[in-house]
Design a protein around this ligand. Structure first.
Ligand SMILES: NC(=O)c1ccc[n+]([C@@H]2O[C@H](COP(=O)([O-])OP(=O)(O)OC[C@H]3O[C@@H](n4cnc5c(N)ncnc54)[C@H](OP(=O)(O)O)[C@@H]3O)[C@@H](O)[C@H]2O)c1
Length: 291
């Protein structure tokens, strides 16, 4: 592949799997860092150069970062994310210093209320200090997180959250992908940071109304305490770090920490950010009807 290749990491995940087809449609050459080869079936058939590798395996990471012009750097949620990102930064510097578009998180920084947000703040700092040309995308809470409650919504029309009546400008992952593509294809965004949000700051009660309308049957939001969210995460076997993060996100969002709407999706993509009603009709309802 030529030096105009764009590397997409996290290639089979929520955001990157929507980024890749748009990059291909733009005529870009795409290389994908794929963690599990079996999940990547089909990507090479679409003209993507697939590198099976791991952020924790320097040799495979170097293969992914060698000779590219730009990279979409998305690390998985987890305690090691900032260390994995540091491995990627080292590989990028060694591989020719490409333009890096980092998938970060809303309000990333050292004083943030969750360990995940502080970890993203550390990676943004590491990237700034790396000397690489970098643009950061900081999305708010994903609407698609409700997929964790798909079973309960489908079976008894309920879902549980620990955010009380806190308002947050949750965002449709499709808008994050659309924004990422624009930023990846235009290096003049280097040095900039965008806070990506949905079009409105809403509570889960408003979301439940949108789900009810889209599914044509009642969907009820049941608030639970942040500590109960942590207990559920522990029961799912996600571990203590994730339990603490989800408890702290619940408390923060419950107190209005995510209550900010920006115009950055519109500025980058030229289209308004998708509403919760659109998400409910176009994403949630079809997913439930496939179950
Ligand atoms: N959820 C939210 O509300 C929210 C809000 C703002 C920011 N974020 C941030 O968004 C990011 C997650 O984005 P997403 O939802 O698109 O991700 P995702 O769907 O969880 O996908 C993660 C991807 O990373 C791959 N991966 C996992 N471990 C790997 C490793 N060791 N080496 C290489 N690849 C690996 C996974 O492959 P396998 O599945 O094969 O392992 C998968 O393709 C996180 O950084 C999170 O902090 C999330």
């Amino acid at each position: 592949m030529s030096d105009k290749t764009i590397l997409v990491t996290g290639a089979t995940g929520n955001i990157s799997s929507l980024v890749i087809p748009q990059l291909l449609a733009s005529g870009s050459k795409v290389r994908a860092l794929v963690h599990s080869a079996d999940k990547a079936k089909g990507l090479s058939g679409k003209g993507v150069e697939v590198i099976v590798g791991d952020f924790d395996d320097p040799a495979s990471l170097q293969k992914a970062f060698d000779g590219i012009s730009a990279a979409f750097l998305l690390t998985p949620f987890g305690e090691k994310a900032d260390a994995l990102a540091r491995n990627a930064i080292a590989a990028a510097k060694k591989g020719g210093s490409p333009y890096v578009v980092r998938l970060s998180v809303i309000k990333a920084g050292p004083d943030a209320p969750t360990a995940n947000t502080r970890s993203h703040g550390q990676t943004e700092k590491d990237l700034r200090e790396s000397g690489l040309p970098v643009a950061c995308l900081r999305p708010n809470y994903f609407m698609q997180n409700i997929f964790g409650s798909l079973q309960a919504i489908g079976s008894d029309g309920t879902f549980y959250q620990g955010m009380g009546d806190g308002k947050l400008a949750m965002i449709d992952v499709r808008d994050i992908a659309d924004s990422a593509v624009k930023v990846l294809l235009d290096r003049s965004h280097a040095g900039k940071t965008y806070s990506l949000t949905g079009p409105a700051s809403i509570t889960w009660r408003t979301a439940a109304q949108a789900f009810t309308a889209a599914l044509s049957r009642p969907v009820k939001y049941i608030p639970i305490p942040p500590e109960a969210v942590a207990d559920n995460i522990r029961k799912m076997g996600w571990g203590e770090w994730a339990a603490g993060v989800m408890r702290d996100y619940s408390a923060a969002y419950g107190s209005g920490w995510g209550d900010l709407v920006t115009g950055d999706v519109m500025k980058l993509t030229g289209h308004p950010a998708r509403s919760i009603e659109q998400f409910a009709r176009e994403v949630l309802a079809p997913a439930l009807s496939r179950k």
